[in-house]
Ligand binder design. Structure first.
Ligand code: M6R
Length: 612
């Protein structure tokens, strides 16, 4: 979603801002802009469309002079994508420039108030209200810019990460955070602001995370932070230890493909340190055995692919824990009056750790008395910081909008959590647990085997890429896997696709199957293989073209009925989705490639969804 980069230093700001914004492109955006303090004026430049348009307009930033500036990539919420609605939004005198991630919920009321005072508006954005309101408090000259921002914060409601420049204070930038991530970076003789650490990693590895309610004043000499009462506070400085290369394509055509291929390594990082002597070791957890034995249920809350991980988790964890495991879409959770109390462990899953719906669900669960355990990829993210317990997935930076290695590692970590809890609860046969753990250690190798055979999947993609509608069917964990396969395909190839539990077909959807309809049938769950076969026959009888995914041991049998078969190595049933997802990711990737889609940045989507 929207991205923010700010710089206060001695070098020309514009090229630094444009380069930083380039690193945030993956988050999804529809326009970009920068504002730079040039003498006692603000030089503001904005353009709808790709960042390259803005960059070309400014000759890579060389046409804009000044060492203090802020940049933004916008993902439209209030007001269509356009030059005028892009950020920075500027106050009527041109003195105040604001970039904003999030939504100002009471903007309409504030706008009406300001208009009554004669303030003219030029954009349809909620952000312009902030720029105009800061100026409204500032323009009588009785308060300084920091005080004017403070007054504005008292009036605005909603979620915001703000970067604010004032032409009268050209040596500084003000940053504010509430419910939308914002990071400070510390360099030699310079300070940085970013919504995502990748934007500033080229310049510094020393960062601090702003908390909700924090305000910061960035200068060349350093950063002064304040809490919500505007009392000075010290922030803890963290060191980012991953390499910038991890967030670059490294010779691959697309981040998505790179990240698919990185899965074996990501699985090694997520799993290997957590299995010792045939048992799960979760050193990062501090849950007591007493608490675990007192649990009445688990509630998994997440969005999108992370929710699909939860769906697999429901089948796997309920079976081995003999505890109810509920799974809820985070966007629904807080409005459904969930039955959650201190005997509920709420497992929050989020790659980015910044998804607003998920964060809201987390807070609601906390309010209801539950303990929160999050499974998160981005270290230091908001969800990680607000959780009681965190298990990091250690997948490394994931840039492509379509998640791949984050899904696989989330699933592995959730399985590990289940196995860990099962030992304390005594609900799983110890030998079976040992088998699953031994097999988890083989996952990276098996995944490598699947990825080596990518050309087979490319072949199937070439056979089916011009279909306009696809159904994914499966039972139990294969149904949960189908949800992810279907989402992957639709989000990057724009092909209409739906996932169904195979048994549901006959309750309605089968009426859509006609000559040539592509049905991806998932049959990796051995226990229900025969039932999967019956459903495939039903589809074929109605003219459906079936591409099946199954295990090597069932490949031959499947080939007798399906039109095409993708086979993956056999494994313990619990682990089949961890392997089965790889061919589905590759299938979507190749289909999207053949359809000429913008794979890493699919239309209308954002990597980190920080609006409700
Ligand atoms: O960062 P999160 O895991 O909280 O994100 C949740 C979803 O937005 C995300 O999984 C989305 O569905 C992906 N684009 C799917 O590939």
């Amino acid at each position: 979603m929207c991205g923010i980069v700010g710089y206060v230093g001695r070098e020309e700001a514009a090229p630094i801002l444009l380069e930083g914004l380039g690193r945030l492109e993956y988050r999804g955006y529809d326009s970009a802009g920068i504002a730079v303090c040039t003498g006692k004026q603000l030089s503001v430049h904005k353009a709808k469309g790709r960042l390259r348009i803005l960059s070309d307009m400014l000759d890579g930033g060389r046409l804009v002079k000044g060492c203090v500036g802020v940049g933004h990539t916008r993902w439209a919420t209030h007001g269509a994508p356009s030059d005028v609605n892009s950020h920075p939004q500027v106050s009527r005198s041109g003195k105040i420039a604001v970039v904003h991630n999030g939504i100002i919920e009471n903007y309409a009321e504030l706008k009406a108030f300001l208009q009554e005072q004669g303030v003219p508006f030029t954009s349809e954005t909620d952000t312009e209200v902030v720029a105009q309101l800061v100026e409204y408090f500032y323009e009588d000259g009785k308060v300084d810019i920091l005080e004017a921002v403070g007054r504005c914060l008292h009036r605005i409601e909603g979620a915001y990460a703000l970067g604010i420049l004032c032409a009268d204070a050209p040596e500084q930038m003000i940053a504010v955070r509430k419910d939308s991530p914002l990071i400070l970076g510390f360099g030699d003789g310079c300070s940085f602001l970013a919504s995502d650490v990748t934007a500033i990693l080229r310049h510094t590895r020393r960062v601090a995370y702003l908390d909700d309610g924090d305000t910061a004043v960035l200068t060349r000499e350093g950063v002064q932070c304040y809490n919500y009462l505007m009392q000075p506070i010290e922030k803890t400085v963290s060191y980012v230890d991953w390499e910038i290369d991890a967030a670059e394509k490294g010779g691959y055509e697309h981040f998505m493909f790179k990240e698919i291929m990185e899965q074996p390594e990501a699985l090694r990082r997520a799993v290997f340190p957590r299995i010792r002597d045939g048992e799960v070791v979760l050193e990062d957890l501090s849950l007591t055995n007493k608490y675990i034995r007192g649990l009445h249920k688990l509630y998994i809350v997440a969005c999108g692919s992370s929710y699909h991980v939860g769906m697999v988790g429901k089948y796997n964890l309920e079976r081995i824990l003999r505890l109810p495991v509920e799974v809820a879409l985070a966007s629904e959770f807080r409005y459904m009056e969930p039955i959650v109390d201190e005997h509920t462990l709420v497992v929050v899953i989020s790659q980015s750790g910044e998804t607003l719906d998920t964060m809201a669900a987390l807070r609601e669960a906390k309010r209801l008395g539950a303990k929160i355990l999050s499974i998160v990829n981005v270290v230091g993210s908001s969800i990680a910081r607000e959780s009681d317990e965190v298990l990091y997935t250690w997948a490394g930076p994931e840039i492509a909008v379509a998640t791949t290695k984050a899904y696989t590692t989330q699933l592995a970590v959730l399985d590990l959590l289940g196995l860990y809890l099962s030992k304390i609860l005594g609900t799983m046969d110890a030998a079976e647990r040992r088998t699953v753990l031994d097999e988890m250690l083989l996952l990276p190798e098996k995944m490598e085997k699947i990825l080596e055979k990518k050309e087979d999947i490319q072949y199937f993609a070439s056979r089916y890429f011009n279909h306009n509608s696809v159904f994914f069917i499966g039972r139990n964990i294969d149904y949960a896997l189908g949800l992810e396969g279907s989402l992957k395909l639709k989000e990057i190839s724009y092909i209409h696709s739906e996932a169904y539990a195979s048994g549901e077909l006959k309750h309605g959807t089968i009426s859509l199957i006609e000559e040539g309809t592509l049905v991806v049938a998932l049959g990796t769950y051995g226990k229900l293989f025969d039932k999967a076969m019956s459903n495939i026959v039903e589809v074929k009888t109605r003219g459906g073209d079936v591409l099946a995914l199954t295990t090597e041991s069932r490949q031959e049998e499947m080939a007798k009925t399906a039109n095409g078969v993708i086979a993956i190595p056999d494994a313990h049933p619990m682990l089949m989705p961890s392997l089965g997802v790889a061919p589905l990711q590759l299938f979507s990737y190749y289909v999207a490639l053949m359809r000429g889609c913008d794979i890493d940045k699919p239309r209308n989507l954002a990597k980190s969804v920080t609006v409700e």
